[in-house]
Ligand binder design. Structure first.
Ligand SMILES: NC(=O)C1=CN([C@@H]2O[C@H](COP(=O)(O)OP(=O)(O)OC[C@H]3O[C@@H](n4cnc5c(N)ncnc54)[C@H](O)[C@@H]3O)[C@@H](O)[C@H]2O)C=CC1
Ligand SMILES: NCC(=O)COP(=O)(O)O
Length: 335
């Protein structure tokens, strides 16, 4: 197994992402972590947190150095203006996207094995005049794939989403049979290929309260979701649903399942975060690269204080290690 190399993006420079990267660097990692960021930002955040940090410029794929505790490899990306913890500046919005673009490109070119992202602030990027709904959608566009799927995971629970960052008013119209079919195909494929689950069992939530109550509280379950699920079942896939979302998150059902498919962001993620906040990972399925991320946002209230918890970023790294190792082993067996 070669040394694993990861691209790490600290996200919004006024948030806790840079703090978490400095904290990570305080321990020895048997992998390369290459942070795509402004060196001055990393250095000034380390000073603020009173933590040692020596940066080494990453020399590209030929560079096989591993860092000691207190060191980080860096691919320098310049910020437009100094970042003040807790106070995002629209002038740095393009910088955030530049770090993501450079890190993704390095992964696509095979220079690094996975992309690990710290949180961005979606609002400030939009305030800068750049339409942006999230890493997930940005990476879908950047890598040119037709569809990706957001899945968050913590011990004992995986939750994937049919729709991601949409106003609630737009959700019902966005859920169509072709979209649902595409999302389920990606979920099944990645559970098999990236997680080694040969026969995935998926619980699918309904859209409406009580999964529509037999058509009396909305008919999407009858007209759209059930026929799509039936099509997959006829192919031998194990999909259960549409189930009422308020009762499916129950050990009786979850013990029999590998993942839950929720129809929208706030149907599935509050449960996942209640169960595992700080120990959960966000994984983008359907991408041509491995991408993992944290379960939390920019936490402006904690930036620069040293109080942010690095648990989710560490989980994101461990998950990237597992996924990259599985990918390497699967490539080896197919050679
Ligand atoms: N992967 C990403 O890029 C994500 C970005 N966001 C973005 O973050 C911004 C702020 O979102 P909020 O809803 O305020 O959520 P948030 O996660 O930033 O903060 C919610 C609460 O959790 C606390 N918290 C968050 N991370 C923590 C950590 N590592 N350690 C200790 N406490 C922590 C915060 O202090 C706050 O009290 C939004 O723009 C949102 O879009 C949100 C989720 C994921
Ligand atoms: N709630 C999850 C989230 O907002 C993460 O989004 P993304 O930036 O990873 O697409």
């Amino acid at each position: 197994m070669p040394i694993l190399r990861f691209a790490l993006t600290p996200g919004e420079p006024a948030g806790i992402g840079p703090d978490l990267c400095v904290m990570l660097a305080q321990q020895y990692w048997p992998h390369q972590l290459v942070v795509f960021a402004d060196p001055q930002l990393m250095q000034s955040r380390a000073t603020l947190l009173n933590l040692p940090l020596t940066l080494h410029t990453w020399q590209g794929p030929e560079d096989s150095r591993l860092c000691q505790a207190g060191e980080l490899l860096i691919h320098p990306v310049p910020m437009a203006t100094e970042a003040k913890p807790g106070h995002a500046d629209i002038r740095n919005a393009q910088y955030v996207l530049d770090t993501l673009t450079a890190a993704t490109l390095a992964c696509q070119q095979g220079q690094l094995h996975a992309l690990i992202t710290a949180p961005v602030h979606k609002g400030i990027i939009n305030d800068a005049g750049i339409p942006f709904t999230g890493h997930t959608e940005f990476l879908e566009q950047l890598t040119g794939v037709s569809k990706v799927v957001m899945m968050l995971a913590t011990e004992g629970l995986r939750v994937a989403l049919v729709t991601t960052h949409l106003p609630l008013r737009a959700v019902a119209d966005a859920i169509t049979a072709p979209l649902l079919e595409e999302v389920i195909e990606i979920l099944l494929q990645d559970l098999r290929q990236k997680f080694g689950i040969t026969q995935p069992r998926i619980l699918v939530a309904g859209l409406n309260p009580h999964a529509g109550e037999g058509g009396h509280l909305g008919d999407e379950e009858l007209t759209l979701i059930s026929p799509v699920l039936e099509g997959f079942r006829q192919r031998g896939e194990q999909l259960e649903g549409p189930l009422p979302a308020d009762t499916l998150f129950n050990e009786k059902y979850l013990a029999q399942a590998d993942a839950v498919l929720a129809m929208y962001h706030d149907q599935g993620l509050p449960v996942l975060k209640y169960k595992g906040f700080g120990k959960a990972v966000n994984i983008t399925l359907g991408l041509p690269i491995i991408r993992t991320s944290v379960d939390h946002g920019t936490a402006f209230d904690l930036a620069g204080t040293g109080k942010a918890d690095a648990g989710s970023l560490i989980t994101a790294i461990h998950t990237a290690v597992q996924m990259a190792t599985a990918q390497h082993l699967s490539l080896e067996t197919h050679e």
